[in-house]
Design a protein around this ligand. Structure first.
Ligand code: HAX
Length: 439
């Protein structure tokens, strides 16, 4: 057994008694209550999901396995000659909560290479789709088409003890994670580069191989590593993580579950916001005849968007109440690598102006930028101007978190998800009575 799987197995054995105790002995402890506003308003803030992979504090932002973004980047083994860590080492870290050594990281690098061959029929499926299909539709379809490869589904069909569920879920998760970069790069080259795809290079780590298959030169390998790690996980409540977890809770395998998660990520209030940001910026530049707007002009564009009943993409968040540290991490990259990029300057100007406009508008609880406000500018700078593709990049990163989560879901025996619905009439009655009385 490879080192990561062995360590994961030990960790699972240590965590299981904690969960058993929490449910069997302490299960009736009340940790939250639910208001009508939360019931109608998308369950905001209701504490009813569990994950140890990451935690999102409204003020501080994301911590992966207890570490901030800076701490994570500093702690993990770096690819020689690169600024950013191996994605494979980050996978080990997310899976176990432990920073891997170089040897442990390289073990995952090798393991992913062994698992990376994409079945040829996946490319046939993609080629058979209309060329103007959205890249997210292609990603979701490609993943779903591989469902027959599921180790979990095959082992379940032959009869499997519950305690073993995590093992084939881990196998599926690794198999899928190792293949996603090539699938994503294929979609990009097939759709936007006249079908001229570039074969995988097995000498490279995941980030560098992705850059190679995309056909984009250095430092795009580091962009890929940074981007995938930053977009990996944002605890369990965001739509794509939750959708993946929800579908997996029926004991659907990783292919069904991740494909479902990607369909959620493809919504403009979620992952698609990164393409919307670039679309918005390009619309502003078009209206300006290519020249950058002044702050006053920009203010007017923002108000025009709000007054026409649309959202400012890349701003606001369901949990965060400050600038997303994933935005800041990417801004620091831009300051170092593309300080004079005109779109970066415009993104900075939006950062100066938009929070004031949104505050004056008075609706959003969080006028600050999220991860999507900054991510497209980096891609655009390195020649990836087909912004419809940006959410696919988000999806490959997201896989790191959600696949780790569903492996642990099965390890700890998390239940089939099934919240209870109520009717509007019931809500009206309970409101009149000052709250629902326990039966
Ligand atoms: N522009 C305009 N209005 C906004 C807004 C924005 N950027 N953000 C929030 N609002 C509005 C909401 O639409 C809502 O209006 P109504 O009362 O008319 O429904 C009101 O402010 C209150 O919303 P909120 O409580 O502050 O925010 P929500 O938790 O409801 O929604 C969203 C969070 C991220 C969906 C929201 O801020 C938004 O639509 N932002 C723009 C789209 C975007 O950037 N999405 C990506 C978020 C990060 C992410 O998931 N990445 O994948």
């Amino acid at each position: 057994m490879m080192r990561l799987k062995e360590r994961l197995s030990e960790k699972i054995k240590a965590e299981r008694p904690k969960v058993t105790k929490l449910t069997k002995e302490l299960g009736k402890t009340v940790i939250d209550h639910v208001t009508i506003e939360q019931c109608i308003g998308g369950a905001r803030d209701v504490r009813c999901l569990v994950t140890d992979i990451s935690y999102l504090d409204p003020q501080e932002g994301i911590r992966f396995r207890g570490k901030t973004i800076d701490e994570t980047f500093a702690a993990l083994p770096k690819v020689p000659g690169s600024e950013y860590p191996y994605v494979e080492g980050f996978w080990y870290f997310l899976m176990t909560g432990e920073v891997p050594s170089v040897e442990e990281t390289l073990d995952v690098v090798r393991d992913f290479k062994d698992r990376s061959k994409v079945p040829p029929y996946v490319f046939d499926v993609l080629r058979s789709m209309p060329k103007d299909s959205h890249p997210m539709t292609m990603l979701s379809t490609a993943v779903l088409s591989m469902q027959k490869e599921s180790v979990f589904a095959n082992r379940y069909a032959t009869g499997m003890n519950k305690l073993e569920y995590w093992d084939p879920m881990y196998e599926d998760s690794c198999n899928l994670m190792a293949k996603l970069p090539e699938i994503a790069a294929f979609i990009y080259r097939y759709k936007y580069k006249n079908g001229k795809t570039i074969s995988s290079n097995n000498d490279l780590d995941l980030g560098a191989n992705f850059a190679h298959m995309m056909g984009i030169a250095k430092p795009y390998d580091d962009v890929a590593r940074m981007y995938f790690i930053l977009h990996s996980d944002h605890e369990s409540g965001n739509v794509s993580a939750h959708a993946t977890h929800l579908v997996a809770s029926t004991l659907s395998d990783a292919y069904y579950s991740f494909s479902a998660g990607m369909n959620g990520l493809a919504g403009p209030l979620h992952g698609l916001a990164n393409q919307e940001v670039l679309r918005w910026i390009q619309a502003v530049l078009n209206k300006m005849g290519g020249k950058p707007p002044t702050q006053e002009e920009l203010k007017k564009f923002l108000w025009d968007t709000l007054n026409s009943g649309q959202v400012i993409p890349g701003y606001g968040h369901a949990v965060l109440r400050k600038t997303d540290p994933r935005y800041t991490a990417q801004m620091q990259f831009c300051q170092k690598h593309l300080p004079n990029d005109p779109i970066f300057s415009l993104v900075n100007m939006i950062y100066k102006v938009a929070p004031g406009v949104l505050t004056e508008h008075g609706k959003t609880k969080n006028p600050w930028p999220n991860v999507d406000a900054q991510s497209g500018v980096i891609q655009w700078h390195y020649g990836l101007v087909e912004y419809d593709f940006y959410t696919v990049l988000f999806g490959v990163g997201m896989a790191l978190g959600v696949l780790t989560n569903i492996t642990w879901d099965r390890a700890l025996g998390y239940a089939l998800e099934r919240p209870k619905s109520v009717t509007i009439q019931m809500l009206e009655k309970w409101a009149q009575e000052g709250g629902r009385k326990e039966a």
